[in-house]
Design a protein around this ligand. Structure first.
Ligand SMILES: [Zn+2]
Length: 280
């Protein structure tokens, strides 16, 4: 036996084959990084149990959350965009629309209609961030304008839930920008007729959406931690060459600075709307 036995050169680590975790089982919180079991996330209305981050809700899930069961009647569900500019890029506008229609089952980025909220008739519109980032082209503008006009004519409260990082849809250029004026003018007529408009801002509500109907509510309610603004923080920093304050463009910051009226947790949203409607 040697005096100094040689140590083995390598340590052998047994690696058992990693089991694949199906990606549809877990979601990583965009704010705190917590891994959340999808079933648990759905049970908690897609809100992070650890940090209260509110994930996107699709339009119909939002409607189920706010409108009494079985009372929602969709309007203009078949309306879809043309391609007025014959837009071509890495993907043509036509391809993009077709792709998002197949992925979401929607015809465009907003669902509008009428329903009951705790027994009260309301007109409701909800943008869906999954469809070209919830951006507003001719269809979103027209459907929302019709919803606003319906609320004006039938003297019903109007609720619009915005979740759009896309603003005015670039694929339709000028036609999209015109929707900003069109929806705003319709809201002005609603206001003059004594109507009520409650605007609910969810993460993210930006650009041409925030610069038109979304910021014109008689009440402006936001979900916690939602990004709300016109231009994104990075572009502003580059333009003004200054560091922005912490939390800039988040609901909590905007509440402190008077841009919005209240921040309401998703689980309390229907109750809050019910209370507000009793004053109308
Ligand atoms: Zn979280």
């Amino acid at each position: 036996m040697p005096l100094f036995p040689r140590k083995p050169k390598y340590t052998i680590v047994k690696v058992t084959k990693k089991r694949d975790i199906p990606s549809d089982l877990w979601t990583k919180c965009a704010d705190c990084g917590e891994l959340i079991y999808n079933k648990k996330l759905d049970e908690n209305l897609r809100v992070c149990h650890k940090c209260n981050y509110h994930f996107n809700l699709d339009a119909f899930a939002r409607i189920r959350l706010l409108v009494d069961d079985g009372t929602f009647k969709e309007a203009d569900g078949e309306m879809q965009s043309l391609d007025p500019l014959m837009f071509e890029g890495p993907k043509t506008y036509k391809e993009k629309i077709k792709q998002d229609q197949e992925a979401t089952g929607l015809k465009d980025a907003v669902v509008t209609g009428t329903g009951k909220l705790s027994g009260r008739g309301v007109v409701i519109g909800v943008t869906d961030a999954r469809f070209i980032m919830g951006s507003m082209g001719s269809v979103v503008g027209e459907k929302l304008t019709r919803a606003i006009e319906k609320a004006t004519k039938d003297k019903l409260p109007l609720i619009i839930v915005s979740g759009s990082g896309g603003g005015a849809r670039m694929y339709e250029g000028m036609y999209s920008l015109m929707q900003m004026a069109k929806t705003s003018a319709a809201l002005s007529r609603l206001g003059r007729s004594g109507g009520l408009f409650i605007s609910i801002l969810t993460n993210p509500t930006m650009a041409g959406i925030m610069a038109s109907f979304a910021s014109l509510g008689d009440f402006i309610i936001a979900e916690p931690k939602a990004l709300i603004g016109f231009t994104g923080p990075r572009v502003i920093e580059q333009t003004i060459r200054q560091k922005l304050p912490p939390g800039f463009q988040k609901s909590e910051f905007l509440l402190n600075h008077g841009l919005i009226d209240m921040i309401v947790h998703r689980k309390n949203m229907k109750d809050t709307l019910t209370k507000l409607l009793t004053y109308f």
